[in-house]
Design a protein around this ligand. Structure first.
Ligand SMILES: Nc1ncnc2c1ncn2[C@@H]1O[C@H](COP(=O)(O)OP(=O)(O)OP(=O)(O)O)[C@@H](O)[C@H]1O
Length: 636
């Protein structure tokens, strides 16, 4: 650092470090000396190389001088050679020219000679060869033609042969193809067969494996039993005498057991016969004509105007036998309003909450009697809408239930030796005509059925009516559906056909006992009567009037028949007065069992008809047919 006018002398000057400065100068000096030594070495090298170059240069200078001398010599030699060459070239040109002239001359001469010779030769050849050549040509032509013909015919023959061979080959190939096709088909069939065989084989294999494992298991168990048997044999052989005795004892005891079983079986059969007898005696003691009353519930569809009547069930609901109906109001002369209660008593009374199952339970014994060879008749009586069809033909009504029970009982009786055949018919009595409800729908009112009675066997046949064998309990539903369809078709002609006709379901039961040799023939008649309401004659006209008259007539005939039966003593029973009673002749008698359902509407509006129905039912209930029966009284 230097001092200047602007230097701030007042600023402190750093102290001068001599050692540091000296070290720096020394290192700089050492560097400089190194550099000088290196440049001296380089300079010596350079001088050495320069002296070498100089020596080389001198050598080269000498070579150049030698070469220039030899060049000069060569140059002069070349000049001499050039002179010699031009002289030689000229001489050569002369000689070449001369030679060319000579060659041309010779060539010309040779050509002329050649042409002359050629002409001479041609002329000579032409004259001598022309003749021979022609002949030869003809000969060659002929030969060629012959050869050509030969060749052609050969070729044609060859072509024919080839064609024949080809055709043959084609045919053979066709045959081969057909054969192959057949073989192919055969193979395909065989393949399919093989596949099927394979599948079968597989199944067989599986089943064989299964059988094998079973056999194996069996084998094991057989081996076990075998061992046991062997042990037994050993044991038996060891004590043969004692075993023989034991065997004889066992045999004797077995014989005794068999005899005892036979005795028990015979006893069982005798007891079964006794049970049937007792059961039917009980039924008889209960009275041949039994009457059940059923009150239907108020329907959900009932309007407010359809007031319920006052109906009471005074005794136990479980086993009700009585029903009390409050009659219509009556005004006395003094204007006093009174009502009277009508009490009725039957074999059984079912309230509005009763179900078909409970109702059937009460009649099941009666149904059973048909299987025991009795003629049974169950009929529903009541005004239109009181529940007759519901009770009888609805899917869980008396008809399907009766068939089911009979079918089940018949099956149970099979082990006691009984075999039953059941056949069902379904007919209606409409306007005193009998129609087949199982026939063709279009023929319902046209095809008439005839009633034929066998007075000896006390049996009834219906000529012209379908009889369906009930080989299963469910068949009855088909039957009911057919009947219902027929009636609905007929309903288009006469309104409310089911209310205006009586329908009779007839089930014939023929049984045979292979052990006891017994036979039985029973009939179960389930009758849904026409509506019992009395229509005022003045209101009904035409067909309706005829229907009403016929219904009234047949229902009163039914009452008459029951009344006559009640008289007893073998008096005249007017079965013939109506088709219905005539049809049911052998099921409405002292030997048959009869049950009547009186169906009641719960409505106030139907009170009058209800009372009429109940009074009619009471008369029936009071009828004696041969056996003692509780008397009941109709209270007004
Ligand atoms: N116990 C009952 N429980 C429930 N509904 C019933 C019962 N009884 C009858 N009904 C119903 O009442 C209506 C009339 O019954 P149903 O047709 O059986 O009378 P009906 O006496 O056979 O009449 P019709 O003489 O016209 O054939 C039906 O809708 C039926 O389903």
């Amino acid at each position: 650092m230097f001092l200047s006018r602007s230097s701030n002398v007042t600023a402190p000057v750093p102290a001068f470090d001599v050692d540091d400065r000296f070290e720096k100068v020394e290192s700089q000096y050492a560097q400089l000396r190194g550099m000088i030594e290196r440049s001296n070495t380089e300079r010596n090298d350079m001088e050495e190389r320069l002296s070498l170059q100089k020596v080389r240069l001198n050598e080269l200078e000498m070579i150049r001088t030698q070469l220039s001398a030899s060049n000069n010599t060569l140059h002069s030699e070349l000049e001499d050679a050039k002179v010699k060459l031009s002289t030689t070239t000229m001489a050569l040109d002369d000689a070449r020219r001369k030679h060319t002239y000579e060659v041309d001359d010779l060539r010309r001469k040779h050509r002329h000679d050649h042409d002359d010779l050629k002409d001479a030769h041609r002329k000579e050849m032409e004259s001598s060869l022309r003749q021979a050549h022609r002949e030869e040509l003809t000969e060659v032509e002929r030969r060629l033609k012959a050869e050509l013909d030969d060749e052609r015919s050969r070729r044609i023959q060859e072509v024919q042969e080839v064609s024949t061979r080809l055709e043959l080959h084609r045919q053979n190939t066709g045959l081969d193809i057909e054969q192959k096709d057949r073989e192919n088909d055969q193979l395909r069939k065989e393949l399919a067969q093989a596949h099927a065989d394979f599948d079968r084989q597989k199944e067989l294999n599986a089943s064989l494996k299964h059988s094998l494992s079973e056999a194996h298991a069996n084998n094991l168990s057989l081996e076990t039993s075998n061992k046991a048997m062997k042990a037994k044999i050993d044991f038996l052989e060891s004590d043969n005498q004692a075993q023989s005795q034991a065997f004889a004892d066992l045999h004797k005891r077995m014989q005794e057991a068999i005899e005892a079983a036979e005795v028990a079986n015979a006893k069982l059969r005798a007891e079964e016969t006794l049970r049937r007898k007792l059961h039917n005696q009980v039924q008889e003691l209960k009275g041949n004509i039994r009457v059940f009353c059923r009150v239907r519930p108020t329907l959900p569809s009932a309007t407010e105007e359809e007031l319920p009547a006052k109906i009471d069930f005074p005794d136990s609901i479980e086993d009700a036998k009585e029903v009390a109906i409050q009659g219509p109001e009556q005004k006395s002369a003094l204007g006093k309003v009174t009502t009277s209660t009508h009490n009725f008593s039957f074999d059984r009374v079912f309230g509005p909450n009763s179900e078909n199952a409970a109702v059937f339970e009460e009649i099941s014994q009666l149904v059973q009697s048909a299987l025991d060879g009795y003629n049974v008749c169950i009929f529903c009586y009541g005004q239109t809408g009181s529940g007759k069809t519901f009770t009888m033909t609805s899917p869980d009504g008396m008809i399907p239930r009766a068939v089911s029970q009979i079918y089940a009982s018949a099956q149970a009786l099979e082990e006691k030796g009984w075999r039953y055949c059941m056949a069902g018919s379904f007919v209606e009595v409409y306007n005193e005509d009998l129609n087949d409800l199982l026939g063709e729908p279009g023929e319902l009112d046209r095809k008439k059925i005839e009633i034929r009675h066998d007075t000896d066997k006390k049996r009834t046949e219906l000529k012209g009516a379908e009889s369906v064998v009930l080989d299963s309990a469910d068949r009855v539903h088909e039957l009911l559906a057919r009947a219902s369809k027929n009636r609905s078709v007929a309903a288009t002609k006469a309104n409310e056909r089911s209310s205006r006709s009586h329908s009779v379901f007839i089930l014939k039961l023929i049984g045979e006992n292979s052990i006891t040799g017994e036979t039985s023939t029973g009939t179960l008649n389930l009758v849904d009567l026409a509506g019992s309401e009395r229509l005022a004659h003045s209101q009904a006209t035409g067909d309706r009037l005829k229907e009403t008259q016929n219904i009234n007539k047949s229902l009163s005939c039914l009452g008459d028949v029951i009344g006559a039966l009640g008289q007893g003593g073998g008096g005249h029973v007017p079965y013939r007065n109506s088709k219905l009673t005539y049809l049911l002749q052998y099921s409405l008698s002292g030997q048959s069992k009869t049950l009547m359902f009186v169906m009641i509407s719960p409505l106030q509006a139907h009170l009058s008809e209800t009372l009429t129905s109940l009074k009619f039912a009471t008369k029936v209930h009071n009828t004696h047919i041969g056996t003692a029966k509780k008397q009941t009284r109709v209270k007004d």
